[in-house]
Design a protein around this ligand. Structure first.
Ligand code: 5AD
Ligand code: SF4
Length: 461
C-alpha cells in the first residue's frame, strides 16, 4: 500500500503532515513521491486565502479523474483547515472524497482509513496534540506548543478552522524538544497561531488568566532554552501579547534566535479597528522600539494585508510609512481575500483588483529597497550559519543565520552550524565565506599571511 500527502499552507500544516505520515507508516503504508503512484492520497489543505483553496479544488478535480480512470481504486482524503468549513464540506461532496478530517482530528486517520468510507469527525480539542517521531536526518524541526486562536481578527478564518487556543503541557513540549535534540536536530521552531499567549487559555484580550501549572511563554522559552538545542525559534506573535517579559526571556536565553515575526496587518488605526487587531499604530511602534532597545540586531518581519474593505489611499500610505519607519527586514505581503463566514464579509469587498495590485506593487518595491539596506548592514560582520543542504547556485551551500537571513556559503561544508563572514548582500541573500576552523585552506593555512580585502565573489546576483 502506497500513500502520498500533499501539503498546502503554513508550518503548522507541515507539522500536521509529518504526524499524518507517521500514522500512515504505522499502518504499513510506504510513502511515495508522486501521487500518481499512490493508492491513498491525502490533501492537507489551507483555507486562509482564496488561492490555496483554488489549488486544493484543482487537485481534488484531478484526483477524481484518476479515481475514475482506475475504476475507483484510489482513496482520497481532504484534511486540514478546509475540512473544518462548510466550503470544504461542499468540496468534499462535489469530488466524492472518501475521508474528511479537520486539523483537530489527525489521530482519527487510522480508524477513518480502516473504515474506508466517507467520514466526517467533529472537532475534538483533546485530540489536537501529537508527538511525531523526530524527522530522520533533519537539521531543523517544528514543534507545536499550542493550537487555535482566541483573537477574532475580522478577516481571518483560523478561529473557525482551528478553534480556541489550547496550550500543550510544558512537560510534553520539553520532552519533545529533548527527543529532537537527541536525534540531531539543531534548530527547533515552536509553533502556534499566537505563541505569545501560551498558557493563557482562559479569558480574552488583556484580561487573560494563566492556567494552573502552565508557565508563561517567556518562562517556557527559558525552559526549552535549557535543553541544549543550539537554536530556538518561535512563530507567530501577536503585538498585543508580545510583552516585555517575553523580550527579556529572549535577551537572556542564548539559544533563542533574535528573529521576531510581528504581524502588523495595517498601519492605519481606522483599518486596524475594522480588523479588530486590538492595538493601535502607536502601540505597535512602541513594541518595535522596545525590541530595538532590548534586542539590538534583531530581525523584524511582518505580515501586511492590502485592500481590506474600505482601505483608502491615505490608509494605505500609513501602512507604507509604518513599513519605512520600522525598517522591516522583510515581510509577507497579501492582498485581502474575502473568506466565507468571517466578520469582515459583512463589509463590501470594495477595493478594485487593480488598486489592490498597485498597492501591493508599491510595497514590494519598498520591501526590495529596505531588505537590501538591512542586509547590507551585515557586510563585513561575522555570522553563525546553519547549513541545511545544497544551494541552488553552484559552488555554494545554503543555510540561514540566527536572524533568518538566507545565506550562500562558499565551498562544500557539511550540514550543521558554521561561522562565516558576510562578503556581499542582495535583497534576499547574504553571500558568505567560512571563518575560523571552517575557513577555506587558502586563508587558514598560509602562515604569516596577511588578511586579504574582502571582495565580492564571481557569479553574485
Ligand atoms: N486575506 C488576506 N490575507 C489574510 N491573512 C489572514 N487572513 C487573510 C485574508 N482573509 C494573512 C494575515 C495573516 C497571515 C497568516 O495571512 O496577514 O497574518
Ligand atoms: Fe487569525 Fe488574528 Fe488569530 Fe492570527 S491572531 S490566527 S490573524 S484571528
Amino acid at each position: 500500500m502506497r500513500a502520498h500527502v500533499v501539503t498546502f499552507g503554513c508550518q503548522m500544516n507541515e507539522y500536521d503532515t509529518h504526524a499524518i505520515q507517521s500514522e500512515l507508516a504505522g499502518l504499513g503504508y510506504s510513502l511515495v513521491e508522486d501521487y500518481h503512484d499512490a493508492d491513498l492520497v491525502l490533501v492537507n489543505t489551507c483555507a486562509v486565502r482564496g488561492k490555496p483553496v483554488e489549488k486544493a479544488n484543482t487537485l481534488l478535480g484531478e484526483l477524481r479523474k484518476q479515481k475514475q480512470q482506475r475504476g475507483g481504486h484510489l482513496t482520497i482524503g481532504l484534511m486540514g483547515c478546509l475540512a473544518q468549513l462548510p466550503e470544504g464540506q461542499r468540496m468534499g461532496k462535489k469530488f466524492n472524497v472518501d475521508i474528511m478530517l479537520g486539523p483537530g482530528a489527525i489521530t482519527e486517520i487510522v480508524p477513518a482509513i480502516e473504515k474506508g468510507r466517507f467520514q466526517s469527525f467533529e472537532f475534538k480539542s483533546e485530540l489536537q496534540f501529537y508527538s511525531p517521531p523526530p524527522p530522520q536526518g533533519a537539521i531543523s524541526a517544528n514543534l507545536t506548543i499550542m493550537r487555535g486562536c482566541n483573537h477574532r481578527c475580522t478577516y481571518c478564518i483560523v478561529p473557525m478552522t482551528r478553534g480556541d487556543e489550547v496550550s500543550r503541557p510544558a512537560a510534553d513540549i520539553i520532552q519533545e524538544a529533548r527527543a529532537l535534540y537527541a536525534a540531531g536536530v539543531q534548530e527547533v521552531t515552536l509553533l502556534g497561531q499566537n505563541v505569545n499567549s501560551y498558557g493563557l487559555d482562559l479569558g480574552t484580550g488583556m484580561r487573560r488568566k494563566h492556567l494552573d501549572g502552565y508557565p508563561s511563554f517567556g518562562a517556557l522559552l527559558r525552559m526549552v532554552g535549557r535543553t541544549g538545542i543550539p537554536r530556538l525559534r518561535f512563530v507567530t506573535s501577536h503585538p498585543i501579547n508580545f510583552d516585555d517579559e517575553i523580550m527579556e526571556a529572549i535577551a537572556d536565553t542564548p539559544a533563542v534566535c533574535r528573529y521576531i515575526h510581528l504581524p502588523v496587518q495595517s498601519g492605519s488605526n481606522r483599518i486596524l479597528k475594522r480588523m479588530a487587531r486590538e492595538y493601535t499604530r502607536e502601540f505597535y511602534l512602541e513594541r518595535v522600539s522596545r525590541i530595538r532597545q532590548l534586542l539590538p540586531d534583531a530581525t523584524i518581519t511582518t505580515d501586511i494585508i492590502v485592500g481590506f474593505p474600505g482601505e483608502s489611499e491615505e490608509d494605505f500610505q500609513q501602512t507604507f510609512a509604518l513599513y519605512q519607519e520600522v525598517e522591516y527586514d522583510t515581510a509577507y505581503l497579501f492582498i485581502y481575500s474575502e473568506r466565507e463566514g468571517t466578520a469582515a464579509q459583512k463589509h463590501f469587498d470594495d477595493i478594485p483588483k487593480a488598486v489592490k495590485t498597485e498597492r501591493l506593487g508599491r510595497l514590494i518595491e519598498l520591501q526590495k529597497q529596505l531588505s537590501l539596506q538591512q542586509n547590507q548592514k551585515w557586510v563585513g560582520r561575522e555570522v553563525e550559519v546553519l547549513i541545511n543542504g545544497a544551494a541552488v547556485e553552484e559552488g555554494f551551500v545554503q543555510g540561514h543565520t540566527r536572524g533568518n537571513h538566507v545565506v550562500m556559503l562558499e565551498g562544500h561544508l557539511p550540514p550543521g552550524i558554521h561561522q562565516a563572514q558576510v562578503l556581499h548582500a542582495t535583497p534576499n541573500r547574504l553571500y558568505c565565506r567560512a571563518v575560523g576552523a571552517d575557513a577555506p585552506l587558502s586563508q587558514a593555512h598560509i602562515k604569516g599571511g596577511r588578511s586579504l580585502p574582502i571582495l565580492p565573489t564571481k557569479g553574485l546576483s
